[in-house]
Design a binder for this molecule. Structure first.
Ligand SMILES: [Zn+2]
Length: 294
């Protein structure tokens, strides 16, 4: 059921004069500051039902009912509070926020949390790369002659074993809905949580604004597939992003031209050789047209 803000409810209340609304149901006569009529909620012969235009409330001295314009409409029409707000908003030509706005709000909140999960994971993987347990990844970056500056610019990382990331995210206070939505952790049929990326060299994928939206993970042995990407989710759409754009944007050359190369490692090696206006399409996104969204 939708919920309206106090401000919205107040706006609707002020736009519906209680004397006007009640007059549609009860014949009211002015007496001093108030109006009186026969109570519609109990049987009576002399009017004990009063309406105060000053206070915008009604009260029956016979049966004791009372309240504001919403209370009156709910009781007389047999509808609930939200329906009374909707009816009176319509009467006053006030556009209420739709139920969809509430759904959008929940979606925006989840999105914000997923960005935080991704940001935390990027840092977690990056720090992992410098640990003794990441020997296999350290050997790979050494063999590819990646400098420490490069590792830091692209925040290259290493994913650990089993559910190490999941454990760390939980310890940090993240909850399952945003963790699962990020695609970084999967829950299998028997309810066990397992990290999506294990023993892989990690490349955070950022949008043009520099927010981490996904990851690419490269194997460090001969197993297949060589690369896996985050699944599309609330913050990530493959066709709409390019790897390295957030880094390339910092270079002046990008104003003249943007070079598109095949793979993440191509972007990184060229960048290290001083060619900084370079990006790559996201892997396994060949069937979608890449559209730049800055
Ligand atoms: Zn009454």
């Amino acid at each position: 059921m939708p919920r309206y803000s106090d401000e919205t409810i107040e706006e609707v209340r002020q736009a519906n004069d209680i004397v006007d609304v009640i007059s549609q149901y009860v014949h009211l006569k002015r007496s001093g500051r108030n109006f009186f009529g026969l109570c519609p909620f109990h049987n009576e012969k002399s009017p004990s039902f009063s309406v105060s235009p000053d206070k915008q409330i009604f009260h029956c001295f016979g049966c004791g009912v009372g309240g504001n314009v919403f209370t009156f409409l709910s009781r007389i029409e047999g509808i609930n509070f939200v329906e009374a707000v909707q009816t009176l908003a319509e009467r006053a030509n006030i556009q209420l926020p739709t139920f969809e706005n509430n759904v959008d709000k929940a979606k925006e909140e989840l999105k914000a949390k997923v960005y935080k999960v991704n940001e935390y994971a990027a840092q977690y993987y990056h720090e992992n790369l410098y640990k003794p347990s990441a020997k296999i990844a350290q050997e790979y970056v050494k063999q590819r002659k990646l400098t420490n500056d490069t590792l830091k610019s692209f925040r290259i990382g290493f994913s650990g074993k089993f559910n190490e990331l999941y454990q760390s995210l939980k310890k940090e206070g993240f909850e399952d809905p945003e963790i699962l939505e990020s695609g970084l952790v999967n829950r299998n049929d028997n309810g066990t949580y397992i990290d999506r990326y294990r023993n892989r060299l990690m490349f955070p994928i950022c949008d043009a604004r520099g927010r981490v939206i996904a990851f690419g993970g490269r194997v460090l042995d001969d197993s297949k597939p060589k690369y896996i990407n985050s699944p599309e989710n609330i913050v990530f759409s493959k066709g709409r992003n390019l790897f390295g754009l957030n880094v390339a944007k910092k270079s002046d050359e990008i104003k003249k031209r943007l070079l598109i190369v095949e793979g993440y490692m191509d972007v990184i090696s060229l960048h290290q050789r001083g060619i900084k206006n370079v990006v790559a399409p996201l892997r396994d996104s060949t069937n979608t047209t890449t559209r730049l969204v800055t």
